[in-house]
Design a protein around this ligand. Structure first.
Ligand SMILES: [Cu+2]
Length: 679
């Protein structure tokens, strides 16, 4: 039993499995606390997964993607999304430069350069980061390998691919030269595509993309010491975000991070991570699309953070004590081509800082029983400078502009939030074939700067994409979630079934409420604290039929409701409909083929407060194949949406952020091919 326990501890502490990732064409998906073997669904090269790391989440139980554009995928987990999920990139809690989340963290490193994506299933440990409110995800870029022998060794990966639906192509190259102790690596990638086709060669406008990325870094390891320094740069060019009021003209900038860990043996360990990022962004509504009034927006972010954690053995387990902190500064100014041109400084010197300490103990409390206990205290501080606008008048579209501005600039805008997170997860091995996990947690999230400081009605709302404009509220409270999670994992040599049930009650959940402004068909909403609950089940299962044949499946159901809704209308916004996926795989030593079926039910449980539209269900058929003619050379090919079904993603948005345009159609039939070489 001891090996199983130490394995449980190892996964809880998220020890890197970089070696696994380096040999794979696709990013390895690691689901912590899951029966799903790494790469179960990821073995078939998938064209979307090669472009956008976030789309891999569709294969993770309970997870999904709010798709605002081809490179703008916002992580969603059990009905929670955006800032409610803690995401790290190479250990850094990256900040978005776009106030409308055009550059969600998972878009920073393109999929061909992503080594692995880790998702914590169920209740994420407090050690996984600050504000792990709705979940925790960690992406790691590919960094090459240290040499195995005494000499100098090289490693690397080269990949390229083409997809017919958007005439999209990508190429990526990573090279590393290393000894046993030192490693230097460099990588670059380029992706480009046109507007994708929907059924019958019609096009979905505003879905083109263009991105370049590169990374460079150095790694050192010797006798328990590991040090790494890494720089990753993203240069996204003209890229559509049809669900938002504007498109990306550019997102440019980089992330510097450095980490050091020291394994002293006998369970003693030290881990540190530091990051700094600086990014610039330009968006407008006239470069890619056309609009009645031309608008553009220039934004900047500068952020940094530090993490420190120490592991010490205590009783039959490991005690971790750590501190985390980060600071982010945001600026955004807009230009509107009306009344001779109006400049508005929307977010001026906005700052949001978090200081946090935590402790966590994971260990054996009885035979076959492991418990994880964690507590975290976080202090969040935020402030905003005075906003300004060049017009002295109100606008026809906003009669309250001058009054809103004066009220905001007169108010005390400093805010403090004190949050205590608690988590307790018990893992019990009932028999050699059955494991059980039960978890309880209390998690918090402070309001975002947009929720606090959006001083007049505007669409800069963290990628919410509901077609509405919002007003912030300086008096928001932080959200507190009470979470319950119950999971079973049944497995034998040939099969596994792992269902998970959850219930979350959220006090002071931040959601828009109707104001008296706007029109009945287009009311203006204000961020407000309400009570909400989320419940559901996600399940994964698989069966090995013969040495060559295998079937895997997943099913996700979540319901999100407002508690004690005064209007009786209680459904929450952007909750994925019941959905599932099944894949039959045939695998031989050199090749594999798979048939994948995806289904989404109708979603009629829609939010009334923001006039969310219901979505019809659909089924998709995908065929995938992979061939490895020589060791390390992989050819992938397939047809996605074989039947060219016209379908709409409930987690997508409305065409050009306007509900009257209806939902954005998803891609039609796509024939793709990829080629990769790993050495
Ligand atoms: Cu933007």
């Amino acid at each position: 039993m001891k090996t199983k326990i130490s394995l449980a501890i190892a996964t809880a502490l998220a020890i890197p499995l970089q070696a696994v990732a380096d040999h794979e064409q696709l990013p390895t998906i690691i689901v912590e606390g899951s029966a799903m073997r790494a790469g179960t669904f990821g073995t078939a090269p998938d064209s979307s997964g090669l472009k956008d790391t976030a789309s891999l989440l569709k294969r993770v139980p309970g997870a999904n993607v709010n798709r605002n554009g081809p490179l703008t995928g916002i992580a969603s987990y059990r009905g929670m999304f955006g800032n409610r999920i803690n995401i790290s990139i190479d250990g850094a809690n990256m900040k978005e430069v776009g106030p409308n989340s055009m550059d969600p963290p998972l878009s920073h490193i393109p999929a061909p350069l992503t080594g692995k994506l880790t998702v914590h299933r169920g209740i994420s440990p407090v050690s996984s980061g600050i504000e792990s409110f709705g979940g925790s995800m960690h992406a790691e870029s590919k960094k090459g390998r240290f040499a195995e022998g005494d000499g100098v060794e090289t490693s690397g990966t080269a990949s390229m691919g083409y997809g017919s639906v958007d005439d999209g192509h990508f190429g990526a190259l990573l090279g590393a030269v290393a000894t046993k102790n030192h490693k230097l690596y460099l990588s670059g990638s380029k992706e480009q595509g046109r507007d994708y086709k929907i059924k019958n060669n019609q096009k979905q406008e505003n879905t083109r993309y263009d991105r370049e990325a590169f990374t460079a870094g150095y790694g050192y390891q010797r006798e328990g010491h590991e040090f790494g320094i890494n720089y990753s740069n993203n240069n996204t060019g003209h890229t559509g975000t049809p669900a938002l009021p504007m498109d990306i003209v550019y997102v440019r900038g980089g992330l510097y991070d450095a980490n050091y860990s020291w394994d002293l043996g006998d369970g003693f360990k030290l881990k540190t991570n530091v990051f700094y990022q600086k990014m610039r962004h330009w968006m407008d509504n006239y470069t890619i699309r056309s609009s009645a009034i031309d608008m553009s927006n220039r934004t900047e972010v500068e952020a940094g953070g530090i993490d420190l954690a120490v592991d010490v053995p205590l009783f039959d387990g490991i005690l971790t004590v750590g501190v985390n902190g980060d600071q982010a500064n945001h600026d955004a100014s807009s230009f509107m081509d009306m009344m001779g041109g109006i400049d508005t400084n929307f977010f001026n010197g906005v700052e949001r800082d978090r200081y946090s300490v935590f402790t966590e103990w994971t260990g054996e409390i009885a035979d076959d029983m492991v418990i994880e206990l964690g507590a975290r205290y976080t202090h969040t501080w935020s402030d905003a400078g005075e906003a300004s606008t060049s017009t002295m008048m109100n606008l026809a579209t906003n009669p309250d502009l001058q009054a809103d501005l004066a009220a905001f600039n007169d108010a005390d805008r400093k805010r403090n939030f004190n949050e205590v997170d608690l988590a307790a997860v018990l893992r019990y091995t009932i028999s050699s074939a059955l494991d059980m996990e039960v978890g309880l947690a209390r998690k918090n999230r402070a309001p975002t700067y947009q929720e606090l400081y959006l001083w007049t009605n505007n669409g800069a709302v963290g990628g919410f994409a509901d077609g509405s404009t919002y007003i912030g509220d300086l008096n928001l409270d932080h959200e507190t979630a009470y979470q319950f999670d119950l999971g079973f994992d049944w497995h034998n040599e040939d099969a596994y079934v792992a269902p998970r049930f959850f219930y979350h009650y959220v006090d002071d959940y931040i959601q828009g409420e109707l104001t008296t402004r706007g029109t009945p068909s287009n009311p203006i909403l204000q961020w407000s604290n309400i009570a909400a609950q989320f419940y559901g089940v996600d399940l994964e299962a698989g069966y090995t039929i013969t040495d060559n044949w295998r079937v895997d499946a997943g099913l996700n159901y979540v319901r999100g409701e407002r508690v004690n809704s005064p209007t009786g209308d209680s459904d929450l916004y952007r909750i994925a409909p019941l959905n599932g996926r099944a894949q039959v795989t045939y695998e031989q030593s050199q090749w594999m083929g798979a048939i994948e079926g995806v289904f989404y039910a109708d979603q009629g449980d829609v939010a009334g407060y923001n006039q969310e539209q219901a979505t019809k269900g659909y089924m998709l058929l995908n065929l995938r194949g992979k061939y490895e003619p020589y060791h390390g050379v992989v050819i992938g090919t397939g047809i996605e949406n074989v039947l060219d079904t016209k379908h709409f993603d409930h987690l997508g948005g409305y065409v050009n952020h306007d509900r009257s345009n209806g939902r954005i159609a998803m891609p039609g039939r796509n024939i793709y091919a990829t080629l990769s070489y790993n050495w």
